[in-house]
Design a protein around this ligand. Structure first.
Ligand code: TRP
Ligand code: SF4
Length: 329
C-alpha cells in the first residue's frame, strides 16, 4: 500500500516572464518536488491585480508566458496540478469568509505589507485588496488543504498569517483545515547582468524565453570583477557573478581551472564569458526546445491549463461545500 503523498502548493504573480533567478530560486525546486509530493502550482493573477489594478492589460499575457516557462523547465501536467487562480472562483468566496475572521491588525503589522508600501511608492496601495493580500493567499493555500508551501523567505510572514487564519477558522467552526508549513527555498547567489539582484524591474535578467543569441549577448554584457580593469590584472572569482554561473553550469574541473587562471591573469573575462555562455546554453537547450514546441502548439497549452483548472476546481468545490456546511450558510 502506498501512503498518501503530502500536498504542496505554491503560486507566482504574473508580473513578467520568468528568468534564471526564478529558475534557481523556485522552479528547479518545484520540478524536484513533483517526485515526492502531490503538487499544486498556480498563477496568482488576482494577486497581480492588487498592485497593478490601474494597468491590468498585461496580466493575462504574462499568465500564459509563465505557464509556458513552467512547462519548458519540466513542470508536468501529469505530475502536478497547474492552474490559474481567477479560473477558480471559489478562491474569492473563501477569501470573503476568511476576511470575516481575520483581525485587521494581523494585516497591518505584516512586514511584507509595510515594505511594499514604501518600495512601490509610485503606486497607490492604500486599498482594501492590497491590505487583504495575505487573506487571499491564505484562501489559495487552505482551499487545497496544502501541508507545505515552498516559498522564499519574503513569503514566510504570509504563510504565518495563513496558519493563524486556519487555526482561527478551526477554533470557530471545527477542525477542518491543516496548518500549512513554509518550505523554505534557498535563494540563489546568481545576480543580474549589472550585479544587482536579478529582476525584471532592473532590466538585468536572462529570461527563460530569451533566444540563444540573446543569452549570448547578455552574458557578454555581464559585469565581472569590478576591480579588474584589463586582462593583465589578476581577477577575483570570489566576487565575480560570471564565476557563480560557472559554479552552477560548468564542470568542476573547468570551474577550478578558471578560478586559477583568473587569479593569475591567464584568462581574460571575454574568453571566460564565452565558455560560460556555451555551457549555459547547453544546459538551457532542452528548455529552449520545449519552449519552441509549446510556442508552436498554443492549443495544447490551452488544454493543459483547462485540465489543470478542472482538477483544481473539483478540490475547491469540495472544500467550499465543507466550509458552507460547517458555517451553516
Ligand atoms: N505572494 C506570492 C508571491 O508574491 C504569490 C502567491 C499567491 C502564493 N498565493 C500564494 C505563493 C499561495 C504561495 C502560496 O510570491
Ligand atoms: Fe570573472 Fe572569469 Fe573575469 Fe575572472 S576571468 S573576473 S571569473 S569573468
Amino acid at each position: 500500500m502506498t501512503t498518501k503523498k503530502k500536498r504542496v502548493l505554491s503560486g507566482m504573480r504574473p508580473t513578467g516572464p520568468l528568468h534564471l533567478g526564478n529558475l534557481h530560486g523556485a522552479l528547479l525546486n518545484w520540478v524536484e518536488m513533483q517526485a515526492t509530493y502531490d503538487c499544486f502550482f498556480f498563477i496568482a493573477d488576482w494577486h497581480a491585480l492588487t498592485s497593478d489594478y490601474e494597468d491590468p492589460g498585461k496580466i493575462s499575457g504574462y499568465t500564459l508566458e509563465i505557464i509556458k516557462d513552467w512547462l519548458s523547465v519540466g513542470l508536468s501536467p501529469e505530475k502536478s496540478t497547474l492552474f490559474v487562480q481567477s479560473d477558480i472562483k471559489e478562491h474569492a468566496e473563501l477569501f470573503l469568509i476568511f476576511s470575516m475572521i481575520t483581525p485587521v491588525p494581523w494585516l497591518e503589522r505584516n512586514p511584507t505589507y509595510k515594505d511594499q508600501m514604501v518600495q512601490l511608492n509610485n503606486k497607490d496601495l492604500s486599498t482594501f485588496g492590497f491590505l487583504g493580500y495575505p487573506v487571499l493567499q491564505a484562501a489559495d493555500i487552505i482551499m487545497y488543504k496544502a501541508n507545505g508551501v515552498p516559498v522564499g523567505v519574503d513569503q514566510v510572514p504570509h504563510v504565518e498569517i495563513t496558519r493563524e487564519i486556519a487555526r482561527r477558522f478551526n477554533y470557530f467552526y471545527g477542525n477542518v483545515f491543516p496548518e500549512p508549513e513554509a518550505i523554505l527555498t534557498q535563494t540563489p547567489k546568481i545576480l543580474g547582468l549589472d550585479r544587482r539582484k536579478m529582476s525584471k524591474s532592473y532590466n538585468n535578467a536572462i529570461y527563460l524565453s530569451d533566444s540563444p543569441e540573446e543569452v549570448t549577448t547578455k552574458v557578454s554584457q555581464m559585469i565581472t570583477d569590478p576591480q579588474r580593469a584589463r586582462k593583465s590584472d589578476p581577477g577575483d572569482p570570489g566576487v565575480c557573478n560570471v564565476y557563480e554561473f560557472h559554479k552552477l553550469y560548468s564542470d568542476p574541473e573547468t570551474t577550478a581551472g578558471i578560478a586559477k587562471e583568473c587569479r593569475s591573469a591567464e584568462i581574460g573575462c571575454v574568453d571566460c564569458k564565452k565558455i560560460m555562455a556555451r555551457t549555459l546554453l547547453a544546459a538551457l537547450a532542452p528548455v529552449h526546445e520545449k519552449r519552441d514546441y509549446y510556442d508552436s502548439h498554443p492549443e495544447l497549452v490551452k488544454n493543459i491549463i483547462q485540465e489543470g483548472c478542472s482538477k483544481a476546481g473539483k478540490v475547491a468545490r469540495q472544500t467550499m461545500a465543507e466550509v458552507r456546511h460547517v458555517i451553516g450558510i
